[in-house]
Design a binder for this molecule. Structure first.
Ligand code: ZN
Length: 218
């Protein structure tokens, strides 16, 4: 068993779950997933351009924060710089999931941030799912646009004309946040389509949940 097999297993298993549940596509290779090693500048990340069902444990790339290979048979995702930029700017985050999940992507193409709508979402994800401005996949501009938004301490973002970005203290929580984001994005997009007035959480509730998040996500 290799030194990094446990984090490679987390990346592989979560990428399969996300593929099976429509977050990445079954035949396509959209999105990318990573886990960082707490206290070390090391990341396990999905490889570039491969269907997730074709991967085995040895195909998951382990790289350092300068993208030097540590254990890699394949080139890492072209979004590795984005994942590393997140780990460098958010010490509370040790798992990153980027997907093209459908309902979050609907809001990403109509430039619609998600306000605070439900208690659980506001506690787990934060007070707003903001839009990250568009830039080419894998570009330094996209890394800059992502890192510029991280100061809001939220755990989900929408990337304009692209997809979703979900963060977590570990992979279990990042996966949960991906599912919560897709649920709230589906509800919000259908509520917007109804043309009816949308009730947001009252400010007192948002303040209360913000205080809870400060205690939970230091
Ligand atoms: Zn993408």
């Amino acid at each position: 068993m290799g030194n990094f097999d446990s984090i490679k297993r987390e990346v592989l298993d979560s990428s399969r779950w996300l593929s099976e549940h429509g977050y990445l596509g079954q035949l396509c290779s959209g999105g990318n997933i990573s886990v960082s090693v707490p206290g070390e500048k090391i990341v396990a990340i999905t490889p570039s351009g491969r269907s997730y069902f074709s991967l085995d444990l040895n195909d998951i790339c382990v790289i350092d924060f300068d993208q030097n290979p540590i254990e890699s048979n394949l080139p890492p995702s072209i979004e590795a710089g984005m994942h590393i930029g997140i780990y460098q700017n958010r010490s509370d985050v040790h798992a990153v999931i980027h997907t093209h999940q459908p309902f979050a992507s609907v809001l990403a193409i109509i430039n619609q941030p998600i306000p605070a709508l439900f208690d659980e979402i506001t506690v787990e994800i934060g007070h707003e799912v903001e839009i990250i401005p568009y830039a080419f996949s894998g570009s330094p501009e996209l890394v800059e646009n992502v890192t510029a938004k991280l100061g809001n301490a939220c755990h989900c973002y929408l990337i304009q004309n692209h997809g979703a970005l979900c963060l977590g203290a570990d992979m279990k929580r990042a996966l949960k946040n991906s599912e919560l984001l897709e649920n709230v994005a589906q509800i919000y997009s259908q509520a917007l389509a109804s043309g009816q007035q949308i009730q947001k959480l009252p400010p007192s509730a948002i303040d209360y949940f913000a205080a809870m998040r400060k205690l939970r996500f230091k």
